[in-house]
Design a protein around this ligand. Sequence first.
Ligand code: ATP
Length: 448
Amino acid sequence: MNPDQQRMEKIVSLCKRRGFIFQSSEIYGGLNGCWDYGPLGVELKRNVKDYWWRVMVRERDDVVGMDGAILMSRAVWRASGHEETFTDPMVDCRTCKARLRADQIGEKKQCPSCGGKDLTEPRSFNLMFKTFVGATEDDDSVTYLRPETAQSIFVQFKNVLDTARKKLPFGIAQIGKAFRNEINPRNYIFRSREFEQMELEYFCRAEEGMKWLEYWKEQRLKFYENIGIGRDKLHVLTVPDADRAFYSKGTYDIEYDFPFGRQELEGVAYRTDYDLKQHQEASGKPLDYFDEETKQRFIPHVVEPSAGVDRTVLALLCNAYDEETVTDEKGKSETRIVMRFHPRMAPVKVGVFPLLKNNDQLVSKAREIVALLRPQMNVFYDETGAIGRRYRRQDEAGTPFGITVDFETLGEKDPALRDTVTLRERDSMRQERVKIGDLLQLLLARVS
Ligand code: ATP
C-alpha cells in the first residue's frame, strides 16, 4: 500500500472510531454509496453548510435562499434534459460481471477488476433514481429523486423574483440532498449515491456572464481558504470545450489534492439562458425578466457555483489529519493524532475538564463554565480519565481549545489565580492562564 492509500485508510478508520462517518445500514452489511454522519460528522457538516449560507446568502444583498422539494414533476426532468441525457456510458465485463464506466476502461479495453477483455459495447445508464408518486405504479406516476438542486431554483425563478423584488444581477441559493445512481461509488464519501449540494444560481445579463463566471470562481476559492483549505491544495481546471455541457460558455472545476488524487470539489459553470429557456418553452409560462430602465424583456443568463457538501467535508478531513511524535510528562514519546480543523469548522470548539471528577468544587466550577459557553458554541464536557488522555481524545476530534479547571482556579495555591483556568491550544499544545470572565469573548473571537 502506498503512503497516500495508508493515509486514506487511517482517515477512514479515525472517522469510524471517533464517530464522524458510518457506513449506511452497516449492521445489515451496508448499502453501497450511502453514508451516515455520526455525532462529530454531523457537526462538521453543519458548520460547512452554515458558513456557506452565511457568506453566500446572509452577508449579501444580492442573494436570497430557497428550499425546494426533492420530488418534482417529471416534466421538470424532461425539460431540463436529464431524462434523456443524464447518463453515463457503461460497459459490462462478461467475465466477472462488473459494471464499469466506459471512461474507466482505458486504452487497453480491459476490465480493471479482473483484467478480462470480454466486455460489452458501451450502453447508456441513467443516473437518476426512478420512483412512483401515489398509489399506482404506472408510467403516469413516475418521477425521479432530484440529481441536482438547481432545477427547483429555475422552475421557481418567477415566484422568487416577484416576491423578493430583486433586480439583476441577483442569485438564488439552495442547500439540499441530491441523488445519483452512480455506477461505481468510491473513494469513501467522495462519490456517493446520496449526497448534499450547495448551489447558487446567479442571474445576470448576457453581456456580463463571463465577468460573473470569473468573479464567482474567485469568491469560491476564498471560501475554501476561509475554512482552512489553503490555495496550495486547490487547483482550478478550465474545463475544455469538448468536456463542457453543450449549453455552457465556460466552466471551471475547483479541485482538491485528495490522497487518492486531484479531484473535483466544485464546478463553477456559466450555463447561459439554457435552463430558463427550456422551462419557459416546456411549461408555456413566461420566465423572463423585465428591465424597468431599458424597458426590455429577456431571459437572464446564469452562472452557477455548485459545491458538494460531502466532498468539502472529505477535503476538510483529509486536510486536517496529522500525526506527530510528542513526549509525555514521563519522557515517553508517543504518536499524537490530531485533526487540525480550522476552528470555524471544528465540530466541537472547546473541551471543559475538571482536573478531578470526585471534587465537587472543581466539577461545579467546570459546569459553570460549560453553562457560560454553551449558548454560543459547541462545548464538550469530560471528567473521566487522566487529563492527558482527555486532551488526546479532543485532539482526535479536532477540538481547537481545552479548558482545565484545577486547584489554582479555586484559589487554593495563590489567591491571585482564583477564577482563572488553563486554556490549551490544540495545535501548539501551549497553555495559558485565562480569567473565566474573559473566556467567552476570547473564544468567540477565535472560533467564528
Ligand atoms: P463528477 O464529474 O465528479 O461526477 P459532476 O461534474 O457530475 O461530478 P456536478 O454535476 O457538476 O458534478 O455537481 C456539482 C457538485 O456536486 C460536484 O462538484 C460535487 O461536489 C457534487 N457531486 C456530484 N456528484 C456527486 C457524488 N456522486 N457524490 C458526492 N458529491 C457529488
